[in-house]
Design a protein around this ligand. Structure first.
Ligand SMILES: NC(=O)c1ccc[n+]([C@@H]2O[C@H](COP(=O)([O-])OP(=O)(O)OC[C@H]3O[C@@H](n4cnc5c(N)ncnc54)[C@H](OP(=O)(O)O)[C@@H]3O)[C@@H](O)[C@H]2O)c1
Length: 234
């Protein structure tokens, strides 16, 4: 890959680990899209220190289709987009509606815009919760279901135009998003997610679970009566 690489959710811990794993050693243009924050600037500095030409642009979940097209046109002004990592997600939205929009509708619109722009490889950070929604994180789960399903549908259409889509379904990953939560079995970390993603991109997969066993765990949990499970697993 040699064109522009884009990370949407430019402050994300997992997003940054995935981006670093996929970028490769060659100097290239990298765009971090997100809301202004210390984490976003720190990620930009880290990439500059590693030798990449980095710019930042504003992304927030309130952008409409035209805003997204304009953002992507600006990001690909010098070189076409050949990689986009979508790492937007929030478990702490102020309302149910906002949770569904941030994690779902906004991400779906972004994925469609990325496919229209013929981004060579799109990586969506979805979640195991997209396949097995949990009551304790209902808005997050429903949003992730929408984003995940959009990506799976787009993957089929996009393949005909040379766009590849990878849907990543991690279980619990130790990051600032989960810092206040109890660490469950099969917890993993951003570097392991990044290594699994790199391998899945290499083998041109459409869906990858992290850790690998998470797909099986979700299937087993699906047949266990919810009342037998701890409250935060229901
Ligand atoms: N950590 C886990 O256990 C886990 C498990 C499965 C899937 N995931 C998914 O992996 C992705 C990365 O998560 P992470 O663990 O790296 O968490 P993170 O560091 O908190 O990253 C989340 C990203 O989403 C952005 N975001 C949240 N609300 C937004 C909004 N309204 N508008 C624009 N951007 C917004 C954040 O930007 P700000 O800095 O501006 O808030 C941040 O860049 C997410 O999609 C998450 O759902 C995480």
């Amino acid at each position: 890959m040699t064109g522009t690489a884009l990370l949407v959710g430019g402050s994300s811990e997992i997003g940054m680990a995935v981006l670093l794993q996929l970028l490769g050693p060659a100097s290239r243009q990298v765009v971090l899209a997100g809301r202004p924050s210390g984490e976003l600037w720190r990620n930009a500095e880290r990439l500059r220190d590693a030798g990449y030409a980095v710019s930042t642009t504003q992304y927030d979940a309130g952008l409409n289709g035209d805003d997204l097209d304009a953002m992507l046109a600006e990001a690909s002004a010098e070189q076409p987009l050949d990689l986009a990592v979508v790492a937007v997600g929030s478990m702490s939205s102020k309302s149910f509606e906002e949770g569904v929009v941030v994690n779902g509708l906004a991400v779906s619109l972004l994925l469609r815009a990325l496919v229209r722009r013929r981004t060579s490889q799109i990586v969506l950070l979805s979640s195991a919760a997209a396949v097995r929604p949990r009551q304790s994180i209902a808005a997050y789960s429903l949003g992730k279901q929408l984003a995940d399903s959009t990506a799976v549908l787009l993957a089929r259409q996009a393949a005909e135009t040379g766009v590849r889509m990878l849907v990543v379904r991690p279980g619990f990953v130790a990051t600032r998003m989960t810092a206040d939560l109890r660490r469950p079995p099969f917890a993993t970390d951003p570097e392991r997610v990044a290594r699994r993603v790199a391998s899945a991109v290499e083998y041109r997969k459409t869906v990858v679970w992290v850790p690998r066993v998470m797909g099986l765990v979700v299937r087993i949990l699906g047949v266990v009566p919810r009342r037998l499970l701890p409250a935060d697993w229901r």
